[in-house]
Design a protein around this ligand. Structure first.
Ligand SMILES: [Zn+2]
Length: 213
């Protein structure tokens, strides 16, 4: 009775059921289509600001090619994959054997003569990245070599939607080179199946980041 009175006076809200809220579905989020491969950090291949690196533009020192230093000595560390601070990926004999067993194609292993059993590693197949995503940052475009002095990404990597990925077992590298100046390098992208195989084979010191598509 009191409740009815309060409702009439407008002091108490009628307990009417809430109307069904319309739920707007978010645009479908992507799924994981590949993994970026990382390893432990390692010392510079050429030194912090070394201009002897032959893979740089001689004017602005932006890296356009990775040419390993034959005098480089690998620090003995646990693990099978390493990334130098200047963007060189180094792998062990075990990593190389894994790739040979699985018959991945278009991979380059350049021996480091001062460190037997270690190789500078590069994948020549290209994985195209979507650069129109938010958090993709381009630095200044150099006039001397027509390269961006820096490319960075603050979020997830996304596959270019027009890039058709025929398999989930591969080792490629990105079309874009990330980092700045002479530290720029491509990222190595592997298949989701490949990531599992690497773990099962017992490769250690390897880390993955999701690549969405
Ligand atoms: Zn340049």
């Amino acid at each position: 009775m009191i409740r009815k009175l309060l409702e009439l006076l407008g002091l108490r809200k009628k307990s009417v059921p809430k109307p069904l809220q319309k739920v707007y579905r978010q645009a479908p989020k992507g799924k994981v289509v590949a993994k970026a491969l990382y390893g432990y950090d390692m010392e510079f291949m050429y030194g912090r600001n070394d201009i002897k690196d032959p893979g740089q533009c001689p004017i602005c020192h932006t890296s356009f090619k990775k040419v390993p230093n034959p005098d480089y000595k690998v620090q003995k560390k646990k693990g099978d994959v390493f990334c130098t601070y200047d963007g060189y990926m180094i792998v062990t004999e075990k990593f190389k054997t894994f790739c040979e067993i699985n018959e991945y194609r278009y991979l380059k292993f350049i021996p480091l003569p001062k460190s037997p059993g270690y190789y500078y590693f590069e994948a020549e197949g290209i994985f195209r990245i979507d650069s129109t995503r938010r958090h993709f940052y381009f630095g200044k475009k150099q006039e001397c070599c027509n390269q961006y002095d820096c490319i960075a990404i603050g979020g997830m990597l996304w596959k270019d939607k027009d890039f058709y990925l025929p398999t989930d077992d591969f080792i490629f590298q990105t079309d874009y080179w990330f980092g700045d100046h002479h530290n720029k390098s491509p990222l190595v992208i592997i298949g989701t199946k490949t990531a599992g195989k690497m773990k099962r084979y017992g490769l250690s010191g390897i880390y993955f980041d999701n690549v969405m598509g």
